[in-house]
Design a protein around this ligand. Structure first.
Ligand code: SAM
Length: 251
């Protein structure tokens, strides 16, 4: 792949770095990364030594035009974040926009992503889903954001929600979600995925909030909230219809 290449890296287990990702990082002219120490350590474990350049929220705006110049000059640059897929609640969006605008080819090596992994482990309807990233950390702003989601749900939106959250805010975030979306909503908390203490807690928002209060989850977490009951019933009805159709086609 030429141009700018977005490379997904592990979200915990180093074995999840794909051979194609490794090959791309090894042969890039430079690897743009959030934290050169984090990426440097990961690459060192794989025996890769390559030029590392820092690209984070604070310098992306200033760096993007310079990097696009290099790309236009023929450089092959790989972009990674500390963990998972770049751009997803991580830097890179401004650079990708600038590269596309300049006509630079942009490619990606797909791989680990905490949101999608949590969704698949949650036992909740996998689609349609809405990825919200991090909710605001402050209680009032968070409640306002949740109220906005509740309003569109009342207008008929029935989707599974995926959220990133800091572990020390898990209990209060779950309580705020229970308050704003309803305590009985089915939900899941996925913790330390692909790592030694991987755990998925499933239950209602109220039960998960209580559990997080009594036994605070440590490490990294993703929250998944199922659609309002009507949405679940609809998803179930859809499956039945599909089953009926395939049965009819088979006979
Ligand atoms: N770009 C990353 C991705 O593709 O998943 C996400 C980066 S975001 C800054 C970091 C957040 O992702 C964490 O706070 C947590 O919510 C979630 N996360 C990352 N790794 C995780 C893991 N192994 N288990 C659970 N959540 C994880």
């Amino acid at each position: 792949l030429p141009g700018l290449i977005l490379v997904a890296t592990p979200i915990g287990n180093l074995g999840d770095l794909s051979p194609r990702a490794l090959d791309t990082l090894r042969t890039a002219d430079a690897v743009l990364c959030e934290d050169t120490r984090v990426t440097g350590a990961m690459l060192a474990r794989h025996g890769v030594s390559v030029t590392l350049l820092a690209l984070h929220d604070h310098n992306e705006g200033a760096q993007a035009p310079r990097l696009v110049e290099r790309l236009l000059g023929g450089a092959r640059l790989a972009l990674v974040s500390d963990a998972g897929t770049p751009l997803v609640s991580d830097p890179g969006y401004r650079l990708v926009r600038a590269a596309i605008a300049a006509g630079v080819p942009v490619g990606a090596i797909p791989g680990p992503n905490a949101a999608v992994m949590a969704l698949t482990l949650s036992g909740l309807p996998p689609h349609p889903f809405l990825f919200l990233g991090f909710l605001p950390a402050k209680a009032a702003a968070r409640a306002a954001e949740i109220a906005r989601i509740a309003a569109v749900e009342r207008a008929g939106l029935a989707v599974t929600l995926i959220l990133y959250e800091a572990p020390h805010r898990a209990a209060e975030a779950l309580a705020a979600l229970a308050e704003g979306l309803g305590p009985g909503r089915p939900a899941a908390l996925a913790r330390e995925m692909t790592k030694r203490f991987e755990e998925v807690r499933r239950g209602t928002l109220a039960a998960l909030a209580q559990g997080a209060e009594a036994d605070p989850p440590r490490g990294e977490i993703v929250l998944v909230v199922g659609p309002p009951e009507a949405g679940l019933a609809e998803a179930a009805a859809e499956a039945t219809l599909e089953d009926q159709l395939s049965a009819a086609l088979a006979s």
